[in-house]
Design a protein around this ligand. Structure first.
Ligand SMILES: [Zn+2]
Length: 327
């Protein structure tokens, strides 16, 4: 049996050049996500051969990409004797897809903003449950689609589910958003390779320490190192996205911001316990870097409407920081 099944809709999409919505059942959605993730990475390859610098070409050509349903929604990189592999899980693409679909429906029907927000919180909890279960050797779990979530939340979501699959006119925006998020994510993983980051091995290091206080101190120290590497990879990815011709809307992408928030939240207070900087600050750092490189290094003006949108987000991130008494 072939490893990847292509539905009629996907083959149709290849022929006419437009992609349909995801199919519906979880398994179909995962196959769809797998297919879309592959298309985005091929697109990244084409962008790199057309506009990439030598470093991007070298890393891309010497990296294996392992795309497929891997059981948990994430991107990661690992190294063995024969080189680096970037893992792209179909679940990651699907998660981003669910978030984008929910946000797009809510943006065209403002009455559903609360519903989309509750859905985002639901995914945050679900991700952390799945992560916890996998970490303790338990089973993974599937993510809830927005239309499925809304059926159980009639009070705030009313007829939200009726707007899925999302309208034809929104699909182009959605697909571009998803592709930008995946490309920036893959560039982030390539950044770890370029910067020679060593993986932070929590288990091995912490297991060797018997004293509780010392183990906690070491855990916090490892997290600080991990966050520093993650932030560096984000900045590297932003710089390379600019080399590849990213637009402001690729970088100040609501779907990207929402996906960061789903992974690492908005609370800087819980940050010492986390391997990544909180989601709001990550998005803010990327946006600030983008504006800095475009305006001060490349001296290319950013279109006003896009810059206003970027600055609004930076302002919001500042407000969140001050209301949570962050640095
Ligand atoms: Zn990373």
């Amino acid at each position: 049996m072939k490893k990847y099944l292509f539905s009629g809709a996907m083959i149709g999409a290849l022929l006419i050049g437009a992609f349909p919505a995801r199919a519906g059942s979880y398994e179909e959605d995962l196959r769809w996500s797998d297919f879309m993730a592959r298309s985005s990475i091929s697109r990244l390859g084409r962008m790199i051969s057309a506009r990439g610098d030598l470093q991007l070409r070298n890393i891309f050509n010497n990296t294996r990409f392992n795309i497929g349903p891997h059981g948990f929604a994430n991107l990661s990189v690992s190294k063995d004797g024969s080189g680096h592999t970037v893992f792209v899980s179909a679940e990651y693409y699907l998660l981003v897809n669910y978030l984008a679909d929910a946000a797009l429906v809510a943006s065209t029907r403002p009455g559903y903003q609360d519903c989309a927000m509750q859905y985002q919180l639901h995914l945050t909890r679900q991700l952390s449950q799945i992560k916890g279960s996998l970490a303790s050797g338990g089973p993974g779990g599937r993510l809830t689609a927005p239309e499925e979530f809304s059926l159980g939340q009639r009070a705030i979501c009313q007829d939200f589910h009726k707007y899925f699959p999302i309208e034809e006119r929104l699909r182009n925006v959605r697909d571009k958003n998803l592709s930008s998020v995946l490309i920036l994510g893959v560039l982030h993983e390539m950044g770890h390779i370029a910067l020679g980051h060593q993986p932070v091995d929590y288990e091995l290091t912490l297991r060797a320490i018997s004293d509780d206080k010392r183990r906690m101190d070491e855990f916090l120290r490892l997290n600080t190192r991990s966050r520093q590497q993650e932030d560096e990879a984000d900045l590297w990815a932003t710089d390379k996205a600019i080399v590849l011709g990213a637009t402001t809307f690729d970088i100040v992408n609501p779907t990207l911001i929402n996906s960061f928030v789903v992974y690492t939240g908005i609370d800087c207070g819980s940050q010492p316990a986390d391997s990544h900087t909180n989601g709001v600050a990550r998005a803010e750092n990327i946006i600030n870097r983008y504006i800095y490189v475009m305006e001060s290094v490349k001296r290319q003006p950013i279109e006003k409407v896009a810059k206003d949108f970027a600055l609004q987000y930076v302002e919001l991130a500042k407000k969140i920081r001050s209301s949570l008494s962050c640095r």
